[in-house]
Design a protein around this ligand. Structure first.
Ligand code: UDX
Length: 458
């Protein structure tokens, strides 16, 4: 099938490349000439494991092309995927202007009978509005609009596309559904889980899925706080609840609050949609503010618990919102670092991939390409992203580089005992630490525990 992708951003490039791998003839359209030239040469402007190799293969096989010419891209296409940005609007709802403007631009060039597929994350009812916009431009309802939300995680987007948990095909007419099935034919014949539904449901599925996953993270973060106060260990609690298949073990890792291009934006949009329809999403509204508070709370914790004062140095390891990406959108680092600076601290930072992207948003930070250089003379080190480089940190070497001894490990990458042996005061999330300073934070053992001795025969 001939498929066009509108928007050569993260979702557009990944989707286009994967559809080319499935055997379709793909053409990606973007107005950014520089980006299109780069992609035509096989250079990917984002960091996504495996994407560049797959793109080279598709280019060599003549299965994908890139253009800025709308007529060339859209004419003759059986399906046109809309993969443009849907940023947050002023009241938290999403700004659909790029989506609708794409609809107006492509309308005159669409082949009669083409199916426009909404890939961008859009609020309930957008596919239907899009159909009307295109019909107005063409003076006829000869174009169908379907919905096929993406569930790609940055860092594993290729795998998520090629080994999906499910594929959601939203169509309001049988023809669009047939076209969608044909696009995903290899998955249909492999009996992959496919949800066939209406466009409005497909749109809601995307938001509800992201909101639910974000809720799991918000929930475990609060449980983690309780573990710290009560002497529990969040890793054991998460394992204990996650083994219940109704709960599941994924997304129960405490951290500095979720970030990225999706969860923060999508939860805000979901809450705004709820308010608009008079069906408020109270849990999500609370989650949004708790997630923001968490970043502030952790910044205050570094200063208070580390006893830090103006002029001292904090080294931040990890700027990306999660490992294996150079994306810093709504990353905890962008909230925590400015707060540390406001409190008068000097901040140095390291990220294996995101130094450059973060530098666009952070002033007065000393960026390092070597993580031990970054920690040189630091009074405290803060881990914010779960990169492998930080899991493999040589804690003794780190302790030697530092002038202080505080390690705030907000991704729980290190064992408290190992940090303590290296001479570091280790603060992690949701578990009892071994350093004397940390023990003070933990509630004393209950008196019943002291009274009840194990029977002799056990
Ligand atoms: C997410 C969804 O997972 C994906 O399906 C959707 O298409 C886009 O949004 P992504 O933003 O790439 O993907 O990242 P994800 O891996 O979901 O992580 C989001 C945030 O949650 C990160 O900041 C991450 O560090 C945090 N997180 C995730 C936790 O704090 N704990 C966890 O257990 C999991």
């Amino acid at each position: 099938m001939k498929i066009t992708i509108i928007g050569a951003g993260y979702v557009g490039i990944t989707t286009g490349t994967c559809l080319a791998q499935l055997g379709h003839d793909v053409c990606c359209l973007d107005l950014d000439r520089k980006r299109i030239d780069m992609l035509s040469r096989g250079q990917v402007p984002i960091y996504e494991p495996g994407l560049e190799d797959a793109l080279h293969e598709a280019l060599d096989g003549g299965k994908i092309c890139f253009t800025t010419d709308t007529e060339e891209a859209v004419g003759g296409a059986h399906a046109v995927f809309i993969a443009v940005g849907t940023p947050s609007g002023p009241s938290g709802g999403i700004d659909l202007s790029q989506v609708f403007s794409a609809g107006r631009n492509i309308a005159p060039h669409l082949m009669a009978g083409a199916v426009v597929v909404m890939k961008s994350t859009v609020v309930a009812g957008t596919a239907r509005s899009m159909r009307e916009i295109i019909a107005r431009e063409r003076g006829a309802f000869d174009i169908r609009v379907a919905s096929n939300p993406e569930f790609l995680r940055e860092g594993s987007a290729m795998q998520d596309f090629l080994e999906p948990d499910r594929i959601v095909l939203g169509a309001d007419d049988p023809y669009s559904l047939r076209v969608l099935r044909k696009i995903y034919a290899p998955f249909v014949s492999a009996n992959a889980p496919i949800v066939e539904t209406r466009t409005v449901d497909a749109e809601l599925i995307k938001y509800a899925a992201n909101a639910f996953l974000a809720l799991k993270i918000g929930f475990i973060n609060e449980v983690s706080d309780l573990c710290e106060k009560s002497g529990g260990n969040v890793a054991d609690v998460a394992r204990g609840i996650g083994l219940d298949h109704r709960i599941g073990s994924a997304f129960l890792q405490p951290g500095p609050g979720y970030g990225g291009s999706c969860f923060p934006k999508d939860t805000r949009a979901f809450a705004a949609t709820g308010r608009e329809y008079g069906a408020r999403q109270h849990m999500i509204e609370t989650l949004i503010s708790r997630n923001e508070d968490r970043k502030k709370q952790l910044a205050r914790r570094i200063v208070k618990e580390g006893g830090l004062h103006a002029g001292q140095k904090v080294a931040v390891l990890g700027l990306a919102f999660k490992a294996n990406t150079d994306d810093v959108r709504e990353s905890a680092s962008l909230a925590i670092i400015p707060m540390l600076q406001e409190m008068g601290l000097e901040v140095s930072a390291h990220d294996p991939k995101a130094n450059e992207t973060a530098a666009q948003f952070l002033d007065g930070v000393e960026f390092h390409s070597d993580l031990y250089d970054c920690c040189h003379d630091a009074d405290a080190v803060v881990i914010l992203t779960e990169w492998d480089d930080y899991k493999q940190l040589d804690l003794r070497k780190l302790a030697e580089e530092m002038s202080g001894d505080w390690l705030f490990d907000f991704r729980n990458l290190h064992q408290p005992e190992a940090a303590s042996e290296a001479g570091l005061r280790h603060v992690s999330l949701g578990r009892v630490a071994t350093s004397p300073a940390d023990r003070k934070r933990v509630a004393p053992v209950g008196s019943w525990e002291r009274r009840v001795a194990a029977p002799e025969h056990i």
